[in-house]
Design a binder for this molecule. Structure first.
Ligand SMILES: Cc1cc2nc3c(=O)[nH]c(=O)nc-3n(C[C@H](O)[C@H](O)[C@H](O)COP(=O)(O)O)c2cc1C
Length: 272
């Protein structure tokens, strides 16, 4: 069996599958059935567009049968206004309720975020979820040591770091903000595409988490420390060759935002 097969009894010869194939492995033919490259196995991105676009369910991909491709429920399509509201009202949440987030809740959100686009549909992004109180405490202590090491250096942010250390000494957790969970996207260190994929997936998680009633805040501090501060590198213990591309604190927000603060006007360039 070729990687893709069509049911000639139901195919309408619209050739949409061929026209949208991102890898150009299906050749459109006027008033005829589309033709498939015989060695499609090798080059197919497994994106499933061909199955997803077929209006009559006539196309089968060897690796994901139709029953694995649920129909899109059109009644659930959000309006532009709803999407705009979700995106514009998402805020970085830094105050969390002292309440654990069930793993099923995190997994529910990851299950959505894993649909984020990935270069060449490689889907190489993996997820690291840290929800163990003791581990988070240990990481916070290491984070403060990292802040201290930064405060001692002559980097431009040393002064800010001194202030951050002081706040920790006063019992204010700037590093992990007492979040009950930290979620990271991780991917291959040497792949520039995986790096972008990791950031996009984390962004999808951020938005989906808001829709699920949770709040996130990206944590660049954590990400930097996990990359370069030996004690944190050891504590995070990433699989060999992997890097964190998005790190976010996650939890149930204490406060609810009432207004959307302004952002810079979009700077758009057109070539005319
Ligand atoms: C890559 C990245 C790293 C960030 N790192 C931190 C961080 O370490 N700590 C923190 O409190 N906020 C962090 N933030 C949150 C930003 O400060 C926040 O996105 C920005 O102030 C705008 O606020 P908003 O997200 O509510 O729109 C980070 C955001 C991004 C995108």
């Amino acid at each position: 069996m070729a990687i893709v097969e069509i049911n000639k009894e139901t195919c309408t010869k619209c050739n949409a599958c061929a026209i949208i194939c991102g890898a150009n492995l299906i050749i459109p033919r006027e008033n005829d059935y589309p033709r498939f490259f015989p060695n499609g196995d090798e080059f197919c991105m497994r994106c499933g567009h061909c199955v997803g676009i077929c209006p009559t369910g006539s196309l089968t991909h060897k690796e994901f049968p139709l029953e694995n491709c649920p129909p899109i429920d059109k009644t659930l399509e959000p309006s532009f206004k709803q999407v705009a509201q979700l995106i514009k009202s998402r805020r970085s949440i830094r105050e969390y309720q002292d309440k654990p987030v069930p793993r099923e809740e995190i997994e529910k959100i990851i299950d959505v975020a894993r649909y984020a686009p990935t270069g060449h549909n490689m889907q190489e992004v993996q997820w690291l979820v840290i929800d163990d109180k003791e581990k988070l405490k240990e990481m916070t202590a290491i984070g403060v040591d990292w802040f201290r090491s930064m405060a001692e250096g002559d980097a431009p942010w040393a002064v800010e770091m001194k202030g951050v250390v002081k706040m920790h000494e006063l019992g204010i957790n700037i590093f992990l903000r007492n979040a009950p969970v930290v979620v990271c996207t991780i991917a291959e260190m040497n792949s520039p595409i995986a790096a972008i994929d990791g950031v996009i997936a984390a962004s999808y998680f951020d938005l989906a988490a808001k829709a699920a009633g949770l709040g996130c805040c990206w944590n660049g501090f954590f990400q930097m420390a996990a990359q370069s501060f030996p004690a944190m590198v050891k504590a995070v213990a990433l699989p060999k060759g992997m890097r964190i591309y998005g790190a976010m604190m996650v939890g149930y927000p204490v406060f609810k935002y009432q207004r959307i603060p302004p952002r810079k006007e979009a700077r758009i360039t057109y070539y005319s």
